[in-house]
Ligand binder design. Structure first.
Ligand code: CP
Length: 316
């Protein structure tokens, strides 16, 4: 594996999931693979899980980690070509990416979308510029349109908790007071399309995700109908894709509660976290046995360790 910036970079999901299970069973079994190698974790946005689980994964492989909040601690970067840099940007990505590549064997980046400029967000300007100018492999820690490490952890969690060969998985939109990216949902859709699951998306009319990504996946506007006999409910908010970055509904009827969960086949509740209690999901669901959000977050370490293992194997 040369890079991991999208679920599209996964060539064989089953192979990755088998490796993830092996790593989880014995996380320190390959603790010298990353000896004398360094990963640089660059954050333009906040994080709890991604930041800590990726460091843990790297350390399990014997790697050194350097972590930098690039938005507050680094020079403001310029990404446009040919710009007269007389504004706030002090350093061009062309130099920055090449310089960081001399210090790190792998570069991992988190950079959320603007949610204002759809075209720019879809170009994944920051991550694709690092891919273009860095001389080492690049991993997304959540970009403008995808969160591929989260998706791999989600797939592993479903594998572990499924009770039937082909479980029914529902991705449900839920309300949120702030405009959120579509990244987690996009990567979840992509990875579910690679899995042996009956997958359906439910959201209020007008909240369609990028149709190129959801192509072939049934969309049900009636949330209760979608939840019927589901084995997994994956809740997530996303802002509007068509009316880009806007909130067009905060309908509390979409908050996941007992009313919907009772229609399912004793479904497990999943969310990538952080989650807004009693907005996305009610306390009584999140605090119940149905919720697997904590083991799901634990799998972030093994998801990251799996990807680092695949990249390091190629580097050595
Ligand atoms: N799920 C996730 O990416 O969590 P953080 O934003 O805390 O890293």
């Amino acid at each position: 594996m040369k890079k991991y910036t999208s679920v599209d970079d996964i060539l064989n999901l089953n192979e990755l999931l088998n490796l993830a299970k092996k790593i989880k069973a014995n996380p320190l079994s390959n603790k010298y693979l990353g000896k004398d190698k360094t990963i640089g974790l660059l954050f333009f946005n906040p994080s709890l899980r991604t930041r800590l689980s990726t460091q843990k994964a790297a350390r399990n492989l014997g790697m050194d980690c350097m972590v930098m909040n690039l938005n507050t601690e680094g020079w403001t970067l310029e990404f446009e070509d040919g710009t007269v840099m007389d504004g706030i940007a002090s350093e061009h990505i062309k130099e920055a990416a090449k310089v960081i590549s001399q210090y790190c064997d792998i570069i991992a980046i988190r950079c959320f979308p603007t949610l204002r400029d759809k075209e720019k967000d879809e170009e994944e300007t920051v991550i694709s510029s690092f891919v273009k100018y860095a001389t080492v492999p690049v991993i997304s820690l959540e970009g403008a349109t995808e969160h591929p490490l989260q998706a791999l952890a989600d797939a592993l969690t479903i594998e572990e908790y499924k009770k039937t060969e082909r479980p029914k998985v529902v991705l449900s939109w839920a309300p949120h007071p702030k405009a959120l990216p579509q990244s987690v949902s996009n990567s979840f859709v992509k990875i579910m399309k690679k899995m042996e699951v009956d997958f359906i998306i439910t959201h209020p009319e007008g909240y369609e995700l990028n149709p190129e990504i959801t192509k072939g996946v049934p969309i049900e506007y009636n949330q209760e109908k979608a939840f019927k006999n589901a084995d997994f409910i994956y809740a997530k908010n996303w802002s509007n894709y068509t009316n880009y970055g806007k909130i067009i509904s905060e309908d509390p009827k979409w908050t996941i509660s007992k009313r919907q969960m009772e229609l399912t086949n004793h479904a497990r509740f999943m969310h990538c976290l952080p989650v807004r209690r009693n907005m996305i999901v009610n306390d009584d669901i999140l605090d119940s046995e149905a919720s697997i959000v904590i083991p799901e977050a634990n799998n972030r370490t093994y998801s990251a360790q799996t990807i680092l293992t695949k990249i390091l194997e190629r580097l050595i």
